[in-house]
Design a protein around this ligand. Structure first.
Ligand code: GLY
Ligand code: MN
Ligand code: MN
Length: 428
């Protein structure tokens, strides 16, 4: 049972959401809004469905993941109505709904049918959700202007949301500790995944994203998606990027551990972690997130020089000539919320020097972001670097000693406060 304080914060969250939605509906000329939780499609030619999690705006209001065919009706100045799909079905179970105070604000009604409920006097109605489920309903389907305004309601997290994100961090950290222990005990990627799931009490399908667990070279694939069931003969490194969902809210944490005897790689991990902590320290209102990304490149350049991986090329030139991008090709992070890559991060497209950056805004209190620099040995990018004239500055023999460790990423989740930042991943 969650803390009474959290349940009370949830009531404030709902009032604030009502206020934000009322304003968005009024600005776009709608009298009411129907939100479809969604449903997982069946695999083509099969009778099995994909695993279902839920549509962002529905989770923003309810936090109820994994509930397909539910509908939430929002009207200015009126209590929201939640139709909870509870079919009579002897093949599957209906998830019980624990009694909590938010149900005094939201009118919860069971509904056996999966279809949209009939709405008495909806006025000018917008309906949002997966078009496959709502395309034929009578109302404006996914109106772009309104959708954009609703995405914006998710940018500044309420105190309830920040508390849920913090708890999602606490739980994921238990998993990361267990994963590290399993690695040092010689487990395989699969064994490490089991240790993580056991410690977090969450099966992987319900986590915010499929965990990325890479040993050795696999750590150099940014979103490595398989699990070897046997450990490598010589475990040199572990990169694990894994989170937890708590009441709909996601954590997104990455840790890298050097294997026994990998002192050179361990020093690089230590250096990247120091850089990552300095970047977390930059999170504050008024800071342009793109500047944190650029600072990360300068830091990676300094690290490449300090490690002896690049020689005879100053940091500025390393960044300008694309050396750092060969070692750190992704963005410094993104918004975090009911989706791991939360919405509304790119009102302006990323600059040319950061094409994969998912967040291009100036930070404001209430935003929650990830800070996740990396340094990888990615064969295709290293081949490109070696073929380029600037590649002569790279110490290839050292690269060859380290490439079997795959790469490093360190990722924390940081909330922007009134004065600075609060690192939710290192709060205790
Ligand atoms: N776990 C995916 C990411 O860090 O963005
Ligand atoms: Mn991330
Ligand atoms: Mn991640």
């Amino acid at each position: 049972m969650p803390e009474p304080d959290l349940l009370s914060l949830q009531l404030d969250h709902l009032s604030e959401l009502q206020r934000r939605y009322d304003a968005a509906l009024a600005a776009h000329g709608y009298d009411s809004l129907l939100i479809a939780s969604g449903a997982a499609p069946y695999r083509y030619g099969d009778d099995q469905a994909w695993h279902f999690q839920g549509y962002g705006p529905f989770l923003h209001w309810t936090g109820l993941t994994g509930r397909s065919h539910c509908w939430l009706w929002v009207r200015p100045g009126r209590s929201p109505v939640l139709w909870l799909h509870e079919p009579e079905d002897f093949w599957h179970a209906n998830q019980p709904l624990p009694r909590e105070p938010w149900q005094d604000i939201v009118d919860v009604r069971p509904r056996p049918e999966p279809s949209a409920p009939p709405l008495p006097a909806p006025g000018r109605l917008a309906i949002i959700g997966d078009p496959a489920l709502i395309a034929d309903l009578p109302g404006d389907i996914n109106p772009a202007g309104l959708l954009q305004a609703l995405d914006e309601t998710r940018v500044h997290k309420t105190p309830y949301e920040r508390a849920c994100l913090a708890e999602a961090n606490v739980r994921a950290l238990e998993g990361h500790l267990a994963a590290r222990r399993a690695f040092l005990d010689g487990e395989s990627e699969f064994g490490i995944s089991l240790a993580y799931q056991r410690a977090t009490g969450q099966r992987e399908a319900d986590a915010p994203y499929h965990s990325i667990i890479g040993l050795n070279e696999h750590a150099g694939t940014l979103h490595y998606q398989y699990y070897d069931t046997r450990p490598p003969a010589a475990p040199r490194s572990l990169l694990i990027d894994a989170g937890v969902r708590y009441r709909g809210y996601c954590s997104d944490i990455t840790r890298t551990t050097a294997g026994p005897g990998e002192s050179r790689f361990a020093a690089l991990v230590h250096g990247l972690e120091s850089l990552q902590q300095r970047l977390c320290g930059m999170v504050a209102p008024g800071v342009d997130y793109v500047d944190i990304h650029r600072k990360a490149h300068q830091g990676v350049a300094a690290l490449l020089t300090a490690a002896g991986l690049v020689t005879g090329l100053d940091e500025e030139a390393q960044v300008a000539q694309g050396v750092t991008r060969a070692f750190f090709p992704h963005g410094i992070g993104h918004f975090l919320g009911v989706q791991v890559h939360d919405v509304a991060g790119k009102p302006t497209p990323p600059p040319a020097d950061a094409p994969f950056l998912r967040l291009t805004r100036v930070l404001e209190p209430g935003m929650v972001v990830t800070i996740e620099p990396g340094l990888y040995f990615i064969p295709s990018l290293l081949d490109g670097l070696r073929a380029h004239p600037v590649g002569r500055h790279v110490n290839w023999s050292l690269v060859n000693q380290l490439r079997g460790c795959g790469g490093i990423r360190i990722e924390d989740n940081v909330a922007v406060t009134g004065e600075g930042g609060r690192n939710l991943t290192r709060a205790s």
